[in-house]
Design a binder for this molecule. Structure first.
Ligand code: C5P
Ligand code: C5P
Ligand code: ZN
Length: 494
């Protein structure tokens, strides 16, 4: 194994001079080692508790980890959390389990996990940036630390999958869930929205197992299920100003390029369009963006890889891995995370119906927030490279990440900006969700590190990825935290 570079007090070990091949071998060695610890715990009939994060990636990670443990015929429990704090760790500690496995969460909180759970055996399978030290009872399987970028090459679900496959190669059937997780985490960062690195390796497993098919098409939400105008209006990645959330305007746009929306009495879907019609539609969306003085380039993100889950019923949102991910994000963020995991574990029928209801509510909340942000000048402050949305009293604390991601992809504020969505929590704290851009990351911006460093100084905790991170801070320290955050961002990217 090659040399490592120790960065600051975070003891973030980044492979420095290892070849991709060596890194892959080291990753496999760590996965195998961690898997044998889990198998051993199961062989002693331990009760294994999986703790996972509440977004789409976390719910799929949790479903994969829980299922892999259950298949070892041991007692398996699952707990879903919105964040880790001393309080959540205390609650986890009160659960009767000999062995605790964290998925998609934990690596940024090694100190509080180890302090709060001293007498347990712990595994953390995660893809976030690391903070703190792992004591001997904590087995750390962190794909980011092993040299794979946790915001574009590997998700939390992918990390859980690699571990599940090391536990038992038969677990390859869980690969499709890992694809849903990485798309839910917006990791389709390769050319034409392809997957890269370990995500792509997992995709190869899923394709080989005939679980996922990859084709090129328009990446619009509800490609096979919704009337075309609704599919355009429902698309928020990328966000299309004037079209996202605006069904009537989408109908008018289709009309202006002579694309019929119905055949007889049946609504046509994107999959019914001819290649020529699809081209006309994209060209028109580009023109629409340019007419709003926005970059037409964003619309090119509408063409790329789509991931079909072959075993899911045709004409349902679960058939498209991105839509499945959105459904799970909705479940997590609308307070129904258990429903999301149930879907991941194969529940359909009533669970699926309920998830669709939850999704429709989630869309209403997002539209309400976006309308407020775009119509009320008091909703936000623009300063240098920062756009700060003051969502106190409007935006729910569990929705800040979703709003920040959509805004960041919207290009509404021109150029390359850091988007920060702020709200107040029920506990009387302030929650922030930060999103950056590839351009700013290239300049050295690391939002996860900035929030890891700053939040404890303002009575809170935070972390995440370089491009997407979050934090909770004391309400009375928020303004000074924001001032310091702005200074740090500006000095990093100047
Ligand atoms: O906790 P987790 O890693 O799953 O959450 C990452 C969050 O950051 C998600 O909300 C995801 O959409 C966002 N993200 C992003 N761009 C990336 C990677 C993640 O906006 N490249
Ligand atoms: O909450 P939000 O979607 O903004 O989170 C973005 C990323 O930051 C996620 O990967 C999440 O796990 C991480 N995060 C964190 N600590 C927090 C809040 C968010 O590590 N207190
Ligand atoms: Zn994740």
């Amino acid at each position: 194994m090659g040399e490592f570079l120790r960065i600051g007090h975070t003891s973030q070990l980044q492979p420095h001079s290892t070849s991709p091949n060596e890194r892959r071998l080291e990753l496999q060695r760590t996965a195998d080692e961690t898997a044998s610890i889990i198998r051993e715990a199961a062989s002693k009939e331990s009760t294994i508790l999986t703790v996972t994060h509440f977004d789409a990636d976390g719910l799929t990670a949790g479903a994969i980890a829980f299922e892999a443990v259950k298949r070892l015929n041991t007692i398996a429990h699952l707990r879903i959390v919105e964040n880790l704090s001393e309080k959540t760790i205390e609650e986890i500690g009160a659960i009767d389990a000999d062995f605790i496995m964290f998925s998609d969460i934990g690596s940024g909180y090694l100190d509080i996990v180890s302090k709060g759970l001293k007498n347990r055996e712990i595994v953390i399978a995660d893809h976030h940036q690391v903070l703190g030290e792992a004591p001997p009872n904590l087995h750390h399987f962190n794909t980011h630390l092993l040299g794979f970028n946790g915001s574009e090459e590997i998700s939390g679900a992918g990390t859980a999958y690699l571990l599940a496959k090391a536990i038992d190669p038969k677990n390859v059937d869980l690969s499709a869930l890992a694809i849903v997780g990485c798309l839910g985490d917006q990791q389709d960062k390769g050319p034409k929205r392809s997957l890269i690195g370990l995500n792509n390796e997992i995709l190869e497993d899923a394709v080989k197992a005939k679980l996922v098919e990859v084709t090129q098409d328009l990446v619009l939400f509800g490609r096979q299920t919704r009337p075309i105008h609704r599919a355009i209006a429902s698309t928020t990645t990328p966000f299309l100003p004037g079209l996202s959330g605006e069904e009537d305007r989408c109908l008018a746009l289709l009309d202006s390029v002579n694309i019929p929306t119905k055949v007889d009495d049946r609504w046509r879907t994107i999959s019914d369009l001819s290649l020529e019609e699809k081209k006309r539609l994209v060209d028109k969306i580009i023109q629409h963006m340019i007419s709003l003085k926005l970059s037409g380039e964003v619309a090119l993100e509408l063409i790329g890889s789509v991931y079909t889950l072959s075993k899911e019923e045709p004409s349902t949102p679960l058939r498209d891995a991105r839509e499945y991910g959105s459904l799970l994000n909705a479940c997590g963020r609308m307070g129904k995370p258990g429903l999301g995991v149930a879907l991941g574990l194969g529940d359909r029928g009533a669970s699926f119906e309920e998830a669709q209801q939850v999704y429709s509510e989630y869309r209403k909340f997002l539209s309400k927030y976006m309308n407020w942000i775009t119509s009320d000048p008091k909703s936000l402050v623009q300063k240098g490279h920062l756009v700060i949305v003051r969502g106190e009293g409007v935006i729910d604390e569990n929705m800040t990440g979703a709003v920040s991601s959509i805004l960041s992809s919207s290009n509404l504020f021109g150029g390359s900006k850091v988007t920060l969505v702020v709200t107040a929590t029920k506990e009387g704290e302030s929650k922030v969700s930060a999103r950056g851009t590839d351009q700013l990351i290239e300049k050295g911006l690391n939002l996860g590190k900035i929030l890891q460093d700053l939040s404890p100084k303002y009575g809170g905790y935070g972390g995440g990825h370089a491009i997407a991170a979050g934090a909770t801070v004391e309400r009375q320290s928020l303004e000074s935290f924001l001032t310091q955050f702005e200074k740090t961002v500006e000095s990093t990217i100047k």
